[in-house]
Structure formats: C-alpha cells, structure tokens
Ligand binder design. Structure first.
Ligand SMILES: NC(=O)c1ccc[n+]([C@@H]2O[C@H](COP(=O)([O-])OP(=O)(O)OC[C@H]3O[C@@H](n4cnc5c(N)ncnc54)[C@H](O)[C@@H]3O)[C@@H](O)[C@H]2O)c1
Length: 252
C-alpha cells in the first residue's frame, strides 16, 4: 500500500486517465475525491469504486467552484495530500482554422483549470504536511503538431506552469511537490472519439500505433502507474519534472 491514508483529489476523474488514476490510487490505499463536470457519469463511476470514493461536481474553469469544492473535499478526506489535474479537452485544428472562441475554451479548461487547481490546492496540501500536485500535460506540450495549435499552447503552458509552481513550493519549504506527465496517445474516450470521427478509423488507429516506436498506444494504467509514483513518498526528491510517457515517440 504505497498511498495508504493519502487523501487524493482528481479532476476529470469520471473518465479516461482521471478514472484510471482513481482506480490505481484506491488499490494503493488512498481515499479519493473524483471531481468532474459530468455529474451523472461522475456519480455513476464513484458508485462502482466503493466507499473510499466520493464524487463532487466541479467545472475547473470556475474559481468559485474550485474554492468551495476543495473545501468540501478536504472535509470529506480529512487531509488532502495529492491533487491530480486531469480534466481536459482536445480538438485538432491548425492555427488558421482555430476560432478565438475555440482557443479561449481550450485555454480555459486545459490551462486556467490547472492554474486554479495549483493556486488553490497548495494550501490544503500544506495543511496535510506536504504532498504532490500532478498535472496532466501531454507529449504535445513538448513537441508541436500542425493541427494542434490551441492544444499545443495549452499543454506547453501546463508544462512550464508546473515548473514555476514546483519552484515556488520548494522555496516555501512546506513539502509540496509539483510535476507534469506527458503521455502520447492513450486509449481513453478522448482518443476513441478522435479516431471514430476520422474518415477511416481503422487506418487512423494503425497510423497512431505506427508513430510509436514501442508499437502500441498507451493504456490508462501506464499513466496511473506514474501518477502513483509521483504521489508516493518514493518520489520525494522529484519536483518540477516532466515525466514523458510516449513509447519512445519523442526520442526520435
Ligand atoms: N488520452 C490521451 O491520449 C491523452 C494524451 C496526453 C494527454 N492527455 C490529457 O490527459 C487528460 C485526461 O484526458 P482523457 O484522455 O482522460 O480525456 P477524457 O475525455 O476521457 O476525460 C476528460 C474528463 O475531463 C472532464 N472535463 C472536461 N471539461 C471539464 C471541466 N471544465 N471541468 C471539469 N471536468 C471537465 C470530462 O467530463 C471528462 O470526464 C487531459 O488533460 C488530456 O489532455 C490525454
């Protein structure tokens, strides 16, 4: 039990990587609050995960909701050691075809959401005596793609925001660490939707796999294993780091 007694708050926990983290954290003994915009799905998945899980509705773009939901989470958990910022959206458009409205929506969810989580998550983690903030960026936060203008910008922002938060917390000396995870394509509803909406889904899926030297796309368990490590005391010397999980994609 590597996370025994560690209170954990996971945004985007109703689906995909956030849900995968919730499952893995529970197996390692944590208590988990799943926070998500999708109330129905969030409640449903929390019910399947047992009595160490609680669901709270949160729109990560809303600062008032962050403040009140973190307070409720801390009360339910007792202490909050770990915050996983996994809520996010993706669309695939080049810069010329991205409307200002789409750009702002992407920034609001993927970057403002993580900013607000870090800003308001530090104090409760300090009250717990220290812990870990884990931000889901992407390999697209490190390398660019022609049709990823807004996504690249939002995830690149998360990458450097994470380092600033890590340095700020290290300077305070209150035991809060902050790291980012950078996966390539992982099998979640986000990627399934993207593949399903292409002209030839089978070919698209094969093309995704072809890009990845290790010969497969990621699974939520791959990301959850890294998140468990970053939440555990095994990573007590790791902060401001960018953990790349891409089957060798960016090594080329
Ligand atoms: N799946 C991948 O291939 C992949 C790769 C790299 C990075 N990521 C990143 O990992 C994170 C999780 O992705 P996923 O694949 O699990 O996606 P997903 O679509 O399966 O899940 C995202 C969750 O975020 C929630 N959400 C969306 N907007 C929200 C908001 N405003 N407030 C609260 N919750 C909101 C959704 O309801 C959903 O439950 C995202 O930040 C994504 O960019 C995913």
């Amino acid at each position: 039990m590597r996370l025994s007694g560690k209170g954990t708050f996971i945004t985007g926990g109703a689906s995909g990587l956030g849900f995968g983290c919730a499952e893995a954290f529970l197996k390692e003994g944590a208590r988990v609050v799943i926070a998500d915009l999708d109330k129905e799905k969030g409640k449903r998945v929390a019910d399947t995960l047992g009595d160490r899980v609680h669901f709270l509705k949160l729109d990560v773009t809303r600062e008032d909701e962050w403040i009140s939901v973190l307070q409720q989470a801390e009360e339910w958990l007792g202490t909050l050691h770990t915050l996983v910022n996994s809520a996010g959206i993706a669309f695939f458009l080049d810069v010329e075809n991205t409307s200002l409205e789409d750009w702002r929506r992407m920034m609001a969810v993927n970057l403002d959401g993580v900013f607000l989580g870090c800003k308001h998550g530090i104090a409760p983690i300090e009250r717990a005596g220290g812990g870990s903030i884990i931000n889901l960026s992407s390999v697209s936060g490190i390398i660019g793609g022609a049709n990823l203008a807004a996504y690249n910008a939002s995830k690149g922002g998360v990458r450097l925001l994470t380092k600033s938060v890590a340095l700020h917390c290290a300077r305070k000396g209150t035991g809060v660490r902050c790291n980012s995870i950078h996966p390539t394509f992982v099998q979640t509803p986000m990627v399934d939707d993207f593949v399903a909406n292409t002209r030839n889904p089978e070919r698209t899926r094969a093309a995704l796999v072809e890009q990845i030297p290790i010969g497969r796309i990621g699974q939520p368990e791959d990301v959850a294993a890294m998140a468990v490590y970053l939440a555990s005391d095994e990573s007590s010397f790791v902060t401001g780091a960018e953990m790349v999980l891409d089957g060798g994609l960016s090594a080329q």
